[in-house]
Design a protein around this ligand. Sequence first.
Ligand SMILES: Cc1ncc(COP(=O)(O)O)c(C=O)c1O
Length: 374
Amino acid sequence: MNWQRTRSFFPVTRELVYLNHAGVAPISTRVDEALRRYADEATRMGAFQYPTAFDAEVERVRGRAAALLHAEPDEVAFVKNTTEGLGLIAAGLDWQPGDQVLTCDLEYPSNVYPWWSLRDRGVETVMLRSRDGRLSLEHVDEALKNPRTRLLALSSVEYGSGFRNDLEALGALCRERGVLFCVDAIQSLGCLPLDPGAWGVDFLAADGHKWLCSLEGCGIFYCARSMLDRLVPRIVGWRSVTDNTDYDRYHMDLQPSAGRFEEGTPNTAGIFGLGAAIDLVLELGIDAIAERVLALTDQLVAGLTAVGADLRSPRAPGETSGIVSFSLGDEPAKRTVTRLRRAKVFTVARRDGVRASPHYYNTEAELDRLLEAL
Ligand SMILES: Cc1ncc(COP(=O)(O)O)c(C=O)c1O
């Protein structure tokens, strides 16, 4: 793969060394073009060609999103963000007082508060303790033995440390114990392979503005087909039902697909952008992207070690991701980030570490620029 060529999709490279794909990524020229296509249609024709110009693209993108997840289109719904997807699960399961949700202390708040919000329904959230930025399988396994555990909710990759959870092994443990498995996949989607069906993941949610390099506010929610009837949509609207363009006949026959979770007009412009972003990932190949990103992070880690930085990210095989977190002696992370920013190297401070998250179009030379700026 000629990764150098992919830089032309990202004009941001002319201005910045952009190492914040775990935060908010720049969009590619492909996404920009798709948004212009949407705007052109909406400006010239309004809704005159809605079925062919807009509905058709929404369904095409659903198919592409499903392809990226090795899923079926009827298992995919569009959501406004990861949190909305996780909220659908929290709101829609038949919780019983005494039920437990397992998550861990490395999680971003979007995978904590939806479960805490169930407290008044008698559901307890157990925050598993991490050690050195990682959550051990043994620890999860032990906790899953509690018969009150109903659901395990984890991120595919932890946002601060970059620790990659072994979703396949976790899914197998959940299956063994009859526990539902829910994944916040925003730190993987567009960077690392995901196969929820094969890994025993029941639900997955991710927005597009990180590794997919798409827009904020338009993401995907995966609901395994076997779960469609167990997850009750709590916000139901005109689009949740079958024959939903027959507005004059009220009925509550929910769509037989995950489309039932899309209650009203979708974010069509966002879906245009998301589609172009997913197309690019499928074109380059998610396995090739993962290999490239992991190679760049390996190089970064080697360089950071050479300059004496303290590495905070677990780096054992299978644990690595696109996120590298480090600190420099006693210097507060925010100060390091500010120094890097002055050199036009964009990282962020998270959990007391400097978080660098390169994508496939970054270069070895750009990583050297970070090291020099340090
Ligand atoms: C692990 C993780 N989940 C979720 C989010 C954001 O969630 P949302 O898409 O709801 O804004 C972030 C953003 O940093 C994140 O790192």
